[in-house]
Design a protein. Sequence first.
Length: 123
Amino acid sequence: MAESKISICSKLMARQGLTIAFAESATAGWLCSEFALTEESGKILKGGIACYDAGLKVKLLKVPQELIDQYTPESLEVTREMAYRLRELIESDIQVTVTGLTTPGGQRNAGETGRHHVCFCAN
């Protein structure tokens, strides 16, 4: 069973005839899987990509490596670019992307554990 907020969101989206797609890093597909658990999933959910590794952001979503090198894979700038690129990969009305550091590590921002970025595009 999906979380209640996601179920409500799914119902509202279905009433409006909207579809959604995800590219998730830090959440590793959790948001997409929650939407898949709703009664409306067949009407609204187009799909999702779990791109935890930075290389997948480049390979699958075509995020420029230079952008990742300049800002880090977990940055707002990369998260925003992922949303724009997702539009080209999965046709949907809404594209949602999530990055962040769930554990210490990352490339240059190990002190920012717990910081997440969420971006979306709506066509």
